[in-house]
Design a protein around this ligand. Structure first.
Ligand code: NAD
Length: 496
């Protein structure tokens, strides 16, 4: 991998400084490459290029159909590169190759859905109240998009393609663990005709991200990552009064009601706790079980833990990869030790798999007899660790589910769908699942409380990259501001 991992004003470049990030394979512990650790000067150059492209370039003035045509061509190119991108992501962060291929395939496909959203968005309409007023959606400006490592290519697509379709210019910063997989997306967009400066990439760690957020030339920050970093970013954005969207951590509860079907629960929770080695923000990492079925629920979780096969992530039979870094494994192991110290019962897992000599693996882990006040029940572990907490009444379960700093996701397992709807209405989270664990990118996604501010994805996520402008019209101007979404669609069928 070359160190010219910065993409600024249409060119791949190396840093003006000399620092690099060493990217280590989590399954072998060997270096897979080095990326530039961008300096404040690199960040300033990237922001200046984005600012220039937004303020003086053509991109934001194009018809929506023309922007859609660029993204569609890029998606078509990326479809040919899925295997390469999947392998890159597996090398960087250890997700098993079979899962990686499924995720990257769906991600490239999601670019077409983002184009549909773009067409559906009403960019202007006229409202009359005596006189006429046009309400116009204009792109928000220069967006700083900052991503974590746990689903890096999907994150890059969402955080780049959504704002550029809206007409924004973007400076994207991937996580230092996963700096490489954005390159095919950049190349595909450039080859498809994205003008120079509309998309820029700076690789680096927290300091690079901070320099980006601090820049007065940024209009909006779109951040996905930890709650601690989100708080720091929000305070800078608050000081500078710039827009901010935060998708942060979670400690989501799955409530098992007394009538739950145990096989449905097991199927949902297995993915909910352990997929991607539990490195998922919406992981259902707290299970609330009725005392009457407590042992059965714990046994279902033990069985679910046994469903997963750890091993070389490039082996197609492997379903559970390593944790992303040695530091992340140390963190997960320290929570396992903490759980034992707090008096929870370690039912299964908690160790490194005996048959694997290399890689930062931790077995799927189940803690029973957990109290909701324990730190292992309150803090996000971000590893394959689930805690089971007993409850007496449904009201107790709802109170415990809500007794969390976080509010990202939650679930209920029950055969009584009316009851399920009532529980869904009682839980303060941005997303909720009934008898399943799925992610639907057609719907808005995000959290409340310490899980974030604002919504990504779906129509609502797309619309968050616009500002609304109200224009009070002179008589006779209404025709200039008719709803343009249909007009764009007609134009699209001619240009694509
Ligand atoms: P992190 O907050 O350490 O880093 C995320 C990104 O922010 C990285 O690119 C990092 O370099 C950058 N960064 C860190 N500090 C910064 C600062 N002060 N200013 C600007 N940029 C900064 O998180 P992580 O360890 O990479 O990812 C794991 C976390 O992300 C977990 O808490 C997880 O729940 C969360 N996450 C949330 C979602 C969601 O949609 N809600 C999705 C995935 C991950």
């Amino acid at each position: 991998m070359p160190t010219d991992s910065l993409f600024i004003d249409g060119k791949w470049r190396s840093s003006q400084g000399t620092d690099v990030i060493s990217v280590i394979s989590p399954s072998t512990g060997l270096e897979i490459g080095v990326a530039a650790d961008a300096t404040a000067d690199d960040v300033a150059a990237a922001v200046a290029a984005a600012r220039n492209a937004f303020d003086h370039g053509s991109w934001r003035h194009l018809e929506m159909s023309e922007r859609v045509a660029v993204v569609t061509r890029a998606a078509d190119t990326l479809t040919q590169r899925i295997d390469e991108i999947s392998a890159l992501v597996t090398s960087e962060m250890g997700v098993p190759i079979t899962l990686s291929t499924a995720i990257q395939t769906r991600t490239v496909d999601s670019m077409h859905f983002l184009c549909e959203l773009a067409f559906r968005t009403k960019l202007q309409d006229v409202r009359s109240d005596g006189g006429s007023t046009a309400v116009v959606r204009e792109p928000v400006g220069v967006v700083a998009s900052i991503a974590p490592w746990n689903g890096p290519f999907a994150m890059a697509v969402n955080k780049i393609v959504t704002p550029i379709l809206a007409g924004c210019a973007v400076v994207f910063k991937p996580a230092p663990e996963t700096p490489f997989d954005v390159a095919p997306l950049v190349d595909a967009l450039q080859a498809a005709g994205l003008p120079d400066g509309v998309l820029n990439v700076v690789t680096g760690g927290a300091a690079t991200g901070q320099a980006l957020v601090d820049s007065p030339e940024i209009d909006k920050v779109s951040f996905t990552g930890s709650t601690a970093a989100g708080r720091a970013i929000a305070s800078v954005c608050g000081q500078n009064l710039k827009g901010v969207q935060l998708e942060l951590g979670g400690k989501s509860a799955a409530i098992v009601l007394e009538d739950a079907d145990i096989n449905t629960f097991r199927a949902g929770i297995s993915k909910g706790c352990f997929m991607n080695s539990g490195q998922v923000c919406v992981a259902l990492s707290r299970v609330l079980a009725p005392r009457s079925r407590y042992d059965e629920v714990v046994q279902a979780l033990v069985a679910a833990a046994g469903d997963w096969k750890t091993g070389d992530p490039f082996d197609s039979a492997t379903t559970l990869g390593p944790l992303v870094t040695e530091r992340q494994r140390d963190r997960v192991e320290s929570y396992v030790a903490l759980g034992i110290k707090e008096g929870a019962r370690l039912v299964t897992g908690g160790r490194r798999p005996a048959d694997l000599d290399t890689g930062w693996f931790v077995e799927p882990t189940v803690f029973a007899d957990v109290d909701n006040s324990m730190r292992i029940a309150r803090e996000e572990i971000f590893g394959p660790v689930v805690v089971v907490i007993p409850y007496d009444t449904e009201a107790d379960a709802i109170a415990m589910a809500n007794d969390s700093d976080y509010g990202l996701h939650g679930a209920v397992f029950t055969e009584d769908l009316d009851r399920a709807a009532k529980v869904a209405a009682s839980i303060r989270t941005g997303t909720f699942s009934i008898n399943n664990y799925v992610y639907n990118n057609r719907a808005p996604f995000g959290g409340v409380k310490a899980s974030g501010i604002g919504r990504d994805s779906g129509q609502e996520g797309f619309e968050s990259f616009f500002e609304l402008k109200t224009i009070n019209l002179a008589p006779g101007m209404e025709g200039l501001y008719q709803d343009s979404s249909e007009r764009s669609k007609t134009h699209a069928s001619q240009t694509i």
